[in-house]
Design a protein. Structure first.
Ligand code: NI
Length: 435
């Protein structure tokens, strides 16, 4: 024990010496002042108390735009409905990088007992609902506002351009509306600003406050919705041969589509899931109905597998129905792509993450079957997206109320780490590009 500790000590000393010539690796992380940290906390509490649903982030957008204007940034508003973009042009030449925060809250009635608890109500799918920042996007915005303030103060030393993206509707636009990252891109966000890299952070309950989870390559799943309408011919339950039974056909479709993942795609590339969530059909025990309606979700971590699953779902459902004399119509509603961290960018920026959070607080994250529309940005340019823990020390992150829970609670100490991470990503990316 003792011997190995000495050996380890010698080893780390020699490593330190040999790496002392690499530029950014040996530098200290930029930190924010106690005063700025307090401001970030105040912004977060204000945003938390005034949550707004997807594509309805009107007040939120005003608060952000006012702050960015006060900092003297070039500010664009009304992108993808309520999105706000601030551009900071550093005094020195260098690359353009983008830092992203999402803005929307959820139709959840808050049940925490924080003093700045939300009592907001809004309308969602024709119903009055409570609204809560139950996914922590309030923290993301406050951290990015803080980063904008810190980086603006450093303008004379900033190499290149920093684009601050405040993105609406990450949770999905309501009804038939478009929204989120995809719509911002459609409206020309990256054509106009052309960042070399894009960075994002998501706070989450599964990590202890201040800890960072990162992963090279795929991190979060793609999320796609599908529906299958199975058409038969109605008849009496006592005489099934008099019609075509869509219930039996639907049952076989449910079973056979499970072979897509288990038999038909190469799961050594990445795992995948095909799940049914809605099975609807029939009105009475002795009537075989005309039609059965199925709905479900597909999650996976590989874009090629994703395309194959779409195709095989269609073939398997149609052919299975055909074998029973029924017909199946498959509709796939593409959602968010796989969130993929660019491997080179992740490796390049990992020392920055470790400097900001501390070596012992940075972990490789497991795959997450949830989805993120940051994925659209990361399909366009190299992206890096990490998780920032917010569960207080001493509390088990495994059992802490999860994101989207009415009891979702964030330890505000995470705000300093997140703000500094945004700041240092921007600063270090430019420095490393200049090497
Ligand atoms: Ni979220």
């Amino acid at each position: 024990m003792k011997l190995s500790a000495i050996a380890f000590g010698i080893l780390s000393t020699s490593l330190l010496l040999s790496s002392s010539f690499t530029h950014a690796d040996t530098e200290q992380a930029v930190t924010i002042s106690h005063e700025l940290e307090q401001k970030v906390i105040e912004w977060r509490r204000d945003l938390h108390q005034h949550p707004e649903l997807s594509n309805r982030e009107f007040r939120t957008a005003k608060v952000i735009a006012a702050h960015l204007e006060e900092l003297g940034l070039e500010v664009q508003t009304g992108i993808a409905y309520t999105g706000v973009v601030g551009v900071l042009r550093g005094a020195k030449p260098g690359p353009t990088v983008a830092l992203r925060a999402d803005m929307d809250a959820l139709p959840v009635v808050e049940q925490t007992d924080v003093p700045f608890k939300s009592t907001a109500v809004s309308e969602y799918r024709g119903k009055e609902v409570g609204v809560m920042h139950a996914c922590g996007h309030d923290l993301h915005m406050a951290m990015l506002m803080g980063a904008a303030e810190k980086l603006s103060a450093m303008k004379a030393d900033i190499e290149g351009t920093i684009v601050f993206i405040f993105q609406p509707a990450e949770e999905g636009a309501p009804g038939d509306e478009e929204g989120g990252a995809e719509l911002m891109l459609k409206e020309g966000l990256f054509t106009q600003h052309q960042p070399e890299a894009v960075f994002g952070i998501h706070v989450w309950s599964a990590g202890t406050v201040g800890h960072i989870g990162y992963r090279e390559g795929p991190l979060m799943a793609s999320s796609d919705q599908f529906s299958i309408t199975v058409k038969g011919t109605q008849t009496h339950g006592s005489r099934p041969w008099g019609g075509v039974d869509p219930i039996v056909a639907a049952g076989q479709i449910i079973s056979n589509t499970q072979t897509i993942v288990s038999r038909q795609i190469d799961i050594t590339k990445a795992p995948a899931v095909v799940s049914f969530g809605i099975v609807e059909g029939g009105v009475r025990n002795n009537i075989i109905p005309d039609e059965v309606y199925l709905e479900g979700t597909i999650r996976n971590f590989d874009m090629d597998n994703r395309a194959q699953i779409f195709e095989k779902l269609k073939t398997t459902a149609e052919m299975t129905a055909k074998a029973t004399g029924a017909q199946a119509h498959v509709h796939i509603d593409e959602g968010y792509p796989v969130t993929v961290n660019d491997i080179a960018l992740t490796q390049k920026m990992l020392p920055t993450i470790k400097r900001v959070a501390g070596d012992d607080k940075v972990h490789v994250n497991a795959l997450v079957t949830g989805a993120e529309d940051f994925s659209f940005f990361a399909l366009e340019v190299p992206g890096l997206f990490v998780f920032l823990g917010i569960t207080p020390e001493g509390q088990d992150p495994v059992t802490a109320p999860s994101n989207h829970s009415p009891f979702f609670y964030a330890d505000e100490q995470a705000l300093k780490t997140g703000t500094e991470l945004y700041v240092n990503w921007a600063v270090d990316y430019a420095k490393l590009s200049a090497l």
